[in-house]
Design a protein around this ligand. Structure first.
Ligand SMILES: [Fe+2]
Ligand SMILES: [Fe+2]
Length: 475
């Protein structure tokens, strides 16, 4: 089961060859995917040989093979973790029943919607990141960008497989539409807000892979609990790839901070203008980027109260993060959860039925997880002896979805007037000047072992290769 068949046009471990109709449908979709990749994938990269990892099995140990490959030749495929024949649904109203190997008719529309929404984020991020290769700070970073891009492409394959295999004609139509929407397109945008934002520079890219790919982790973890077994098995394998994306983000931001702290020492200053003149990104600018990416990303979890979230859970379609480790009854009737609200001009909490608040439950789990890396970034600053600390902004800051949408709340969690917001927003969110400054640093550095001035080299290379390894061969 775990072996992947690479003799097939579409590598897979689902015995695709035994289902001719499905195989033909996917082979029909494949050229459209490659056309999308050539139009919307990494700009000007077609001929590069990139040191990429490719999945060769779904065993937790040793699933990856590393080699130089041209990205259009990457073996995108369909890999599911093995079936557990005894698996039972472990939450919601079907608790204890055998997991579904097919889509129950009554949940068809909701499952399709869940899969399409997840699937849509995958090509969206490739589109958002397509110009970044032109301004890479090193070959090492360029390779990491491309690794993330090809794996997001594979995640699209993962969702398209489910659509084709289990949703008939509707599924095929949805699979085509996934190649037609475009990030940021006014007429045919991607489904979720954060995936229509620009990722114009590498600070944004690292913040995106730290914060927004982590949203991916939490959504995938919730879907890995699903009673629809093929979805659970697909998302489980996607999670192994997601871990690297978050590593790219965390280590990228960490290296930027390291370089900035080094420059602060060399110049014995914390003066923003002097640091910018020295070509490094000042810590307050990093904080503003963090505020932006964090707040935009937590909106992705949806409204704090949602009857859809309750339906998805009760129906057994989407669980909580680490559902199996929780000690409650996994049905949640009569339980409550605290959500934020603004009453009499102040932020307060209100108890609401937990089933309706499951978006908020997942968002809070996400927030806890994202604070971990921010603390590790602060260790870098602390080690440098600099009295500055980064922090995630308050959950109510800069929200666009749910009860808190468009409320004026400062990063430290005070409800502020429109006037105070306007007076301080430049300190809280990246300004046009910040973005222009960061953009001005973005030049292309591709000599092996060389790094742009604004970022420190990594501590180690990829797959135990040296840092100055030829990660990308330009032909
Ligand atoms: Fe993904
Ligand atoms: Fe990702």
């Amino acid at each position: 089961m775990a072996a992947i068949d690479y003799s097939e046009k579409i590598p897979n471990n689902v015995n695709l060859a035994s289902d001719r109709t499905l195989q033909r449908a996917l082979e029909h979709w494949q050229p459209n995917y490659l056309k999308w990749w050539s139009e919307m994938g990494p700009d000007g990269s077609t001929d590069f040989d990139v040191y990429l990892r490719t999945a060769v099995s779904v065993d937790p140990s040793g699933w990856a093979h590393f080699d130089h490959v041209k990205m259009p030749d990457y073996r995108w495929g369909i890999f599911l973790t093995p079936t557990d024949a005894d698996r039972a649904i472990h939450f919601g109203e079907h608790l204890g029943e055998p997991a579904w190997q097919d889509v129950p008719g009554e949940h068809r529309a909701n499952l399709r919607r869940i899969i399409v929404t997840q699937g849509d984020t995958e090509p969206a991020s490739v589109e958002q990141q397509r110009h970044l290769g032109l301004t890479c700070p090193s070959q090492y970073d360029l390779r990491n960008l491309f690794q993330v891009n090809v794996e997001e492409g594979r995640h699209l394959w993962a969702m398209v497989y489910l659509l084709h295999r289990y949703f008939g004609r509707d599924g095929r139509e949805e699979a085509e539409a996934l190649l037609e929407r475009r990030s940021g397109d006014a007429n045919n945008p991607r489904i979720l807000g954060a995936f229509n934002e620009k990722t114009p520079d590498w600070l944004s890219f690292f913040m995106f892979t730290y914060f927004t790919d982590r949203d991916g982790k939490f959504q995938l973890c919730a879907l890995a609990e699903s009673g629809f077994d093929p979805l659970a098995r697909t998302t489980k394998f996607m999670l192994t790839e997601e871990a690297h994306h978050m590593f790219v983000g965390e280590s990228g931001v960490s290296r930027i901070i390291q370089r900035t702290c080094d420059a602060m020492h060399e110049l014995a200053t914390d003066d923003v203008a002097k640091l910018r003149a020295a070509g490094v990104i000042d810590l307050p600018t990093i904080q503003r980027y963090l505020n932006f990416h964090f707040s935009v990303t937590i909106d992705l979890f949806g409204a704090d109260q949602s009857s859809n979230a309750a339906t998805f859970y009760s129906a057994g379609l989407k669980g909580r993060f680490e559902e199996g480790k929780r000690a409650d009854d996994h049905r949640l009737h009569g339980q409550t959860y605290k959500v934020l609200e603004i009453a009499d001009g102040r932020l307060g909490e209100r108890e609401v039925p937990m089933l309706n608040a499951l978006n908020e439950v997942l968002r809070d789990d996400y927030i806890k997880d994202s604070i971990g890396g921010v603390n590790r970034w602060n260790k870098v600053i602390e080690k440098a002896g600099i009295p500055f600390r980064l922090a995630v902004p308050h959950k109510a800051f800069n929200r666009k979805i749910g009860t808190l949408a468009n409320a004026r709340v400062s990063p430290d969690g005070r409800v502020v007037s429109e006037a105070e917001w306007n007076a301080h927003v430049r300190d809280w969110l990246p300004t046009a000047e910040d973005r222009a400054f960061v953009a001005s640093l973005m030049g292309r550095v591709v000599a092996p072992g060389k790094f742009a001035n604004w970022i420190a080299p990594p501590l180690a290379g990829i797959n135990k290769q040296p840092v100055d390894f030829a990660y990308v061969r330009f032909n």
